[in-house]
Structure formats: structure tokens, C-alpha cells
Design a binder for this molecule. Structure first.
Ligand SMILES: C[S@@+](CC[C@H](N)C(=O)[O-])C[C@H]1O[C@@H](n2cnc3c(N)ncnc32)[C@H](O)[C@@H]1O
Length: 301
């Protein structure tokens, strides 16, 4: 008997998602795909969760509009300009799912093509149909504001009042703005210029140097968090983060890793293992504002 699975992602991450499927789930065969939507088939039932997906789960198949009769379901549309039929919009808005519950997700691929999937609602999922970001857009120094805001929301990150954050690759300052709004002290490290609205904040300090030059005496009081969004290959970022983490002993590390090549995707399990060996609980998360990147969240156990 055949089993079907689905994954939703951002169109820019489709090549990474397909590569991940080949590496981690060789028993799955690609069945159908559209930008941002993939279905897969296996001859046996498997536990399926994709890293490079906003949502992944069991696929119940393609449905006609008149057959979409569910007591409750969320509806996601693949493109902004698709118009969800009124009865489905009403169903989606009236449907509530609790943590741990199985969500029925109606996926609108084109104006008259619907697929249905099921996934278990986890704490780290956005509680919205299709994991659409619930963070309101506003004027910020960079898109990185949304990346850290979405990770904060997904993981309910335990930031405490006045904790110290070492932010690597901080310019121009989208993430710094979010961290300052959370009442944190931010030490931003980046050879590039920060946005003036950030540098004038009393709780922000800028070290205008490459992170490879940081030494123990640059830190008088240690740090509680290391956050990085540096646009260098993951192995370069991780080497430096491990060097810094060994003497700074932060309670948590949040890294956005740019996974441009297959070799970095293959290395992900090793990256995770390196943190586990040091006593961290680790997780990966693809948030709605990501492109070809993934967050590694390491929290001291
Ligand atoms: C994606 S941007 C970071 C966006 C930033 N986090 C924000 O919130 O606006 C990547 C940054 O990494 C910085 N970067 C690249 N190499 C670096 C290095 N060796 N040390 C420190 N920063 C570096 C770049 O200057 C760039 O500003």
C-alpha cells in the first residue's frame, strides 16, 4: 500500500527541500510538485518531518471543492492573489486546534486545485494556517527583524530583562532592533555600518570588527546569548561560534545558517551533534521569512 506525504515551503527553498528529501528520505519518491508545494510517495509508512519546510505531514490527496467537507480545517493558499472561496474561509477562521492535535490543512494550489494534508501541531509551529507569519510588517532596518521575531515567537525564547546578547553580523540592525525591543543589551559585531537608529540606543554597543578578531578580554561580563546571521559558509560561522561559546558560556545560541550548497546540508546532523556533545538541546527551524537558510537553536539543557 502506498503512503503519501507533503511539504510546504517558500519557493526559494524548493531546491534545498528536494535535496533534503533525497538525502534523508531516499525511500520517498517525488509524486507532484508546484513552487512551494511538494508531495512524496513511499511504499511503507514512515515518520516524516522535513527541515526545509514550513509544514510537512501526511498527504490525504487531491480533493474537489465540493468534497472538502471537514468539521474543522485550516486553509492555506500557495499564492497571495488566489481567492479562497467564502465557505472555506469561514471554515478556516472558525477552526481552532490545540497543541499536540492533528491539524487538517486544505492547501489551495491554484484557483481550482485543492490538496489536503494532516500534521501534528507542535509548540514550535506558528498557530496560523500554512505557518504564515503573524508578525505585522513595519519600517525596520532590515528583513532580519522578522527572522529573529519569528524564531522568538516559535521557540518562546527565554530572554530575560537586561540580558546580554552578542550579535554577530549585526549590520544594518533589524535583529538588533528586535532584541533591544525585548529589553536586552546588545553588543553588535560587524565591520559594516549600523543604522543610526540603532547606534543611538543606549543599550547597543558596536564593535566594528570581523568576529574572527574577538578575544576573551573584549567581554567584561560574559554574555547570555550568542546570535548570528553572518553571511559566511556555515562551517566558518560554527568554528568561530564554538571558539567564543567555550569561554562565554551563553545559555543559548541562535544561528541563521546559509545553506547554499549540498555539502552544508549533508553536514547538518554533525553541526547538531557538536552542540549536543556540549550539553545543549538543539533544534532546527525554517521560519516564514527565510529563504535558503535554516535556524539552529541551541539551548543549554
Ligand atoms: C545578513 S547580514 C546581517 C543582517 C543583520 N543581522 C541585521 O539584523 O540587519 C550579514 C552580515 O554579516 C556581516 N559579516 C560578514 N562577514 C563578517 C565577519 N567576518 N565578521 C562580522 N560580520 C560579518 C556582513 O557585514 C553583514 O552585515
Amino acid at each position: 500500500m502506498s503512503h503519501f506525504y507533503f511539504a510546504l515551503t517558500n519557493p526559494e527553498a524548493m531546491p534545498l527541500l528536494e535535496l533534503e528529501m533525497n538525502l534523508r528520505f531516499p525511500e520517498l519518491r517525488k509524486s507532484y510538485s508546484r513552487p512551494g508545494f511538494l508531495t512524496l510517495k513511499a511504499e511503507m509508512s514512515i515518520p516524516f518531518k522535513a527541515h526545509f519546510a514550513r509544514i510537512s505531514g501526511v498527504c490525504l490527496g487531491k480533493f474537489k471543492l465540493e468534497d472538502l467537507k471537514f468539521p474543522k480545517a485550516w486553509v492555506w493558499k500557495r499564492e497571495e492573489d488566489l481567492v479562497i472561496p467564502d465557505q472555506l474561509q469561514e471554515l478556516s477562521e472558525a477552526s481552532m486546534f490545540k497543541m499536540g492535535e492533528k491539524v487538517t490543512l486544505i492547501m489551495m494550489i491554484t484557483q481550482d486545485e485543492y490538496w489536503v494534508g494532516e500534521y501534528q501541531l507542535l509548540r514550535t509551529h506558528f498557530q496560523t494556517p500554512g505557518e504564515v507569519s503573524s508578525i505585522i510588517e513595519r519600517e525596520v532596518p532590515s528583513r532580519a527583524y522578522y527572522k529573529i521575531a519569528e524564531l522568538y515567537e516559535s521557540f518562546d525564547l527565554p530572554f530575560d530583562h537586561q540580558e546580554r546578547v552578542l550579535e554577530l553580523g549585526s549590520a544594518p540592525g533589524g535583529a538588533s532592533l528586535f532584541l533591544l525591543e525585548q529589553d536586552l543589551n546588545v553588543l553588535g559585531v560587524d565591520p559594516a555600518e549600523m543604522h543610526p537608529s540603532i547606534t543611538k540606543n543606549f543599550y547597543f554597543k558596536h564593535l566594528k570588527v570581523p568576529f574572527e578578531t574577538l578575544r576573551e578580554d573584549d567581554f567584561k561580563n560574559g554574555v547570555d546569548w550568542i546570535i548570528s546571521d553572518i553571511n559566511l559558509p556555515p562551517h566558518v560561522v560554527l568554528k568561530e561560534v564554538h571558539r567564543l561559546e567555550a569561554f562565554l558560556e551563553p545559555k543559548g545560541i541562535i544561528l541563521t545558517l546559509k545553506i547554499g550548497e549540498e555539502k552544508y546540508l549533508r553536514s547538518l546532523p554533525f553541526y547538531l551533534e557538536d552542540f549536543r556533545k556540549k550539553g545543549f538541546t538543539v533544534d532546527l527551524k525554517y521560519v516564514p521569512s527565510f529563504r535558503q537558510e535554516i535556524a539552529l537553536i541551541a539551548l543549554r539543557s
